[in-house]
Ligand binder design. Structure first.
Ligand SMILES: *[C@@H]1O[C@H](CO)[C@@H](O)[C@H](O)[C@H]1NC(C)=O
Ligand SMILES: *[C@@H]1O[C@H](CO)[C@@H](O)[C@H](O)[C@H]1NC(C)=O
Ligand SMILES: *[C@@H]1O[C@H](CO)[C@@H](O)[C@H](O)[C@H]1NC(C)=O
Length: 293
């Protein structure tokens, strides 16, 4: 089998790695050898399959053994993915139906196309996402304060993950009690939403925990926090959603990061990295967010 022929050569390459680095010529020789072996094998492991257009990868029995890995952490736990996977059953603002079918294959190999091409249609405020000032201020929206104008320096850097008391929404009093030191610029607030696994429930739940307006005011007036992260679709409690957003976004200095996945992460100091898409004119964008230890 081609696999068996490949492996001895592969281990030889690995063992003599440092030597190879010094002997580029030998490396070239090995690869030439490897290429000639794999290219010439058309046995059971690499069967020749007639392909109509000859343009795409053909499937073989081996494909049945292909299982993609999906991870929540990488590098032995050093990198933690705090973004939610986009799935049709994830909650959508004010909806019972979830985000629904948001991605479709509009050209596929099976239909004779050269490759698979998908397109997606999604609210920019779905899943793990950021809010730009234009979200709640029409004059900011008109002036172009979209997600493309958000400061990547704010979205990337040291961040504190804190647990907020579970018995109330985030009020001024709660904010005071957290005693977040001056100088801390990025905070991920973990709430009852994580315990209730709300981001994993299809039906939107208006009873989620979030900031009340006075909590937002307290944060703006008494802390250096510019990155406000939370574990459901809005940093603001439903009852005060708009006034609270107005308080946070007024100065255009604070970035709201919503729908974070904060399960199974210890509270403490991390480096956060959030990268929204450069959607010109959009007041929100899905973002990939990770914590690095
Ligand atoms: C591809 O083929 C399937 C099955 O015949 C059909 O339902 C689908 O609409 C086709 N898609 C395109 C883009 O032609
Ligand atoms: C292409 O899309 C089809 C569905 O039409 C899927 O079964 C197939 O695995 C895809 N192929 C690749 C190479 O992703
Ligand atoms: C937070 O506020 C919501 C209304 O927006 C309410 O339903 C919920 O019970 C409050 N949560 C807590 C823990 O008090």
């Amino acid at each position: 089998m081609a696999h068996n022929r490949f492996f001895p050569l592969h281990s030889k390459i690995t063992k003599s790695k440092t030597m190879i680095q010094r002997h580029y010529f030998l490396l070239l020789l090995l690869f030439t050898l490897l290429h000639s072996i794999t290219a010439s094998s058309s046995d059971a492991a690499y069967p020749t399959v007639d392909d109509d257009c000859g343009c795409g990868a053909s499937s073989t029995d081996d494909d049945l053994l292909l299982f993609p890995e999906r991870n929540e952490v990488y590098g032995n736990g050093r990198i933690i993915d705090i973004s939610h996977r986009y799935v049709s059953d994830m909650p959508s603002w004010d909806s019972k139906e979830g985000i629904g079918m948001f991605i479709r294959l509009f050209e596929s190999l099976k239909n004779g196309s050269m490759a698979n091409f998908s397109e997606f249609k999604l609210s920019v405020h779905s899943g793990t996402h950021v809010d730009a000032p234009g979200h709640v201020y029409d004059h900011y929206y008109d002036a172009g304060f979209d997600v493309d104008t958000l400061d990547l320096e704010v979205l990337n850097g040291p961040a504190l993950l804190v647990d907020v008391p579970r018995e109330s929404n985030i009020t001024a009093e709660v904010m005071k009690s957290l005693e977040i030191p001056k100088g801390v610029r990025r905070v991920l607030f973990r709430t009852l939403n994580t315990d209730r696994k709300l981001m994993f429930k299809k039906e939107f739940d208006t009873s989620y925990a979030g900031f009340l307006e006075d909590g937002a005011k307290w944060l703006v007036e008494n802390t250096d926090i510019k990155f406000v992260g939370i574990d459901y679709l809005s940093v603001a409690a439903y009852a005060e959603a708009i006034p609270t957003h107005l308080v946070f976004l007024k100065s255009r200095e604070i970035i709201l990061v919503e729908g974070l996945k904060l399960d199974n992460v210890k509270p403490g100091l991390y480096n956060v990295h959030c990268l929204p898409l450069r959607l010109l004119g959009a007041e929100g964008s899905p973002a990939r967010c990770i914590l690095v230890k």
